[in-house]
Design a protein around this ligand. Structure first.
Ligand SMILES: [Zn+2]
Length: 65
């Protein structure tokens, strides 16, 4: 899994925030997402089994931030 290094919004360094198990609507599989956050509290996540997938905005920042 590549490490995203910069926040797409503000360009500050991203810090790894752990894995979250979710169910993917695409294929119904239980799949982990890796969380990434920056110093400005932007929160992103990415499918752990899809390293080429782009970072997506985490829709529930209050759960993890
Ligand atoms: Zn940011």
């Amino acid at each position: 899994m590549p490490d995203p290094s910069q926040c797409p919004t503000c360009g500050r360094p991203l810090k790894y925030g752990g894995l979250v198990l979710t169910v993917r609507e695409d294929d119904g599989k239980r799949t982990c997402r890796a969380l990434w956050k920056c110093a400005t509290r932007h929160l992103w996540w990415q499918w752990s089994d899809r390293p080429d997938a782009p970072l997506e905005t985490c829709p529930v920042p209050s759960l993890f931030a």
